[in-house]
Ligand binder design. Sequence first.
Ligand SMILES: NC(=O)c1ccc[n+]([C@@H]2O[C@H](COP(=O)([O-])OP(=O)(O)OC[C@H]3O[C@@H](n4cnc5c(N)ncnc54)[C@H](O)[C@@H]3O)[C@@H](O)[C@H]2O)c1
Length: 373
Amino acid sequence: MASSKPDLNIGLIGTGFMGKTHAFGFSTAPKVFDLPRNIVLHTVADVTQDSATQAAGALGFARATDDWRKLIADPDIDVIDITTPNALHKEMALAAIAAGKHVYCEKPLAPCASDALEMARAAEAAGVKTQVGFNYLCNPMLRLARAMIEAGELGDIRGYRGIHAEDYMADAATPFSFRHDPVGGGALADIGSHALATAEMLLGPITEVMGDCVTMIGTRPDGRGGTRAVEVDDVGRAFLRFANGAQGSVEGNWIATGRQMQHDFEIYGTKGALAFSQQRFNELHFYDGCDAPGRRGFRRIEAAPEHPPYGRFCVAPGHQIGFNDLKAIEVAGYVDAIAGDGAEPFGFCAGHRIQTLVETIQTSSRHRAWKSV
Ligand SMILES: NC(=O)c1ccc[n+]([C@@H]2O[C@H](COP(=O)([O-])OP(=O)(O)OC[C@H]3O[C@@H](n4cnc5c(N)ncnc54)[C@H](O)[C@@H]3O)[C@@H](O)[C@H]2O)c1
């Protein structure tokens, strides 16, 4: 039966890791949420017609092209969804904005903060809605953590420790890729950006940083039998000061041997504490300082329908949601913003903010000095 809702035609560029996750998001969101638009998987673009056609079939899109400019020029397409390597984001997003399209773009939004600002301003001037892929922020347990902090359950927040560590670059034989691009690449931009976004979601603005960005593997195979020098960081760390008076640290690390997805944080307040690990992301650990002496300890809160929007996915507590479901939550928030008057959950302005934090930490590391953000 045809939907009575207006169609929202999606054009997806890039069909790798994130392209597939975005396709999951757009396919799942209408089944889970009451979206104001009828999602239509319209066209995918990739570098060859064969790969685009194959991906269109696998991901449920109606059409395929090897030319992303044709996709953007198609008057039927409403949303351009960019999941290509970082260096392509700016050109593709600006072309899409110029064509009057809404733009959903993976992080990092652009190679540098000034590019991200240009993109945010262009979108604002064109009146289109934007979204950047910071899916970890959509976790119901992070929303619970923020609600507990806002309600004062932890008291005054004193300390924060955040980390996003993986080991996909730990092997020095892993070839040079777009993630090593001298402009905009590196562990801090690639995954430290997620840790920074989570820190600010939970504690509010970071005001000062003292960074230490280190390259541990100085050359990598270039894929053509030679080697290529690596200039970007393998590990980016920073001490942080927050506007709310808290202090802490954050780390982005892609050579953390043995870690596949450590997007973790600990928060220490005057009355209690929270601990979270993405490796068990349907759980939040809460230490309540009001418990009686001899009965104190971190209690494990399992994700349940009381933690929206978990209940949309499953009526039973403790059954857990998955990584791709976070993308469905992100998609749902974005589609609501496109259909309504409200702001996007994490638009290009927010993406620019994260890029600014990354750059300030990198500058601080080079100057070996604290920097204001
Ligand atoms: N939010 C997250 O959790 C998350 C996780 C991983 C990656 N990312 C981001 O997603 C982006 C893509 O990363 P990935 O891991 O999916 O990479 P990938 O290499 O798996 O996929 C990139 C895709 O883009 C295609 N592509 C490259 N050039 C193109 C062009 N000119 N026209 C059309 N298609 C083109 C490639 O063929 C490939 O299908 C990066 O910006 C990365 O930082 C975000």
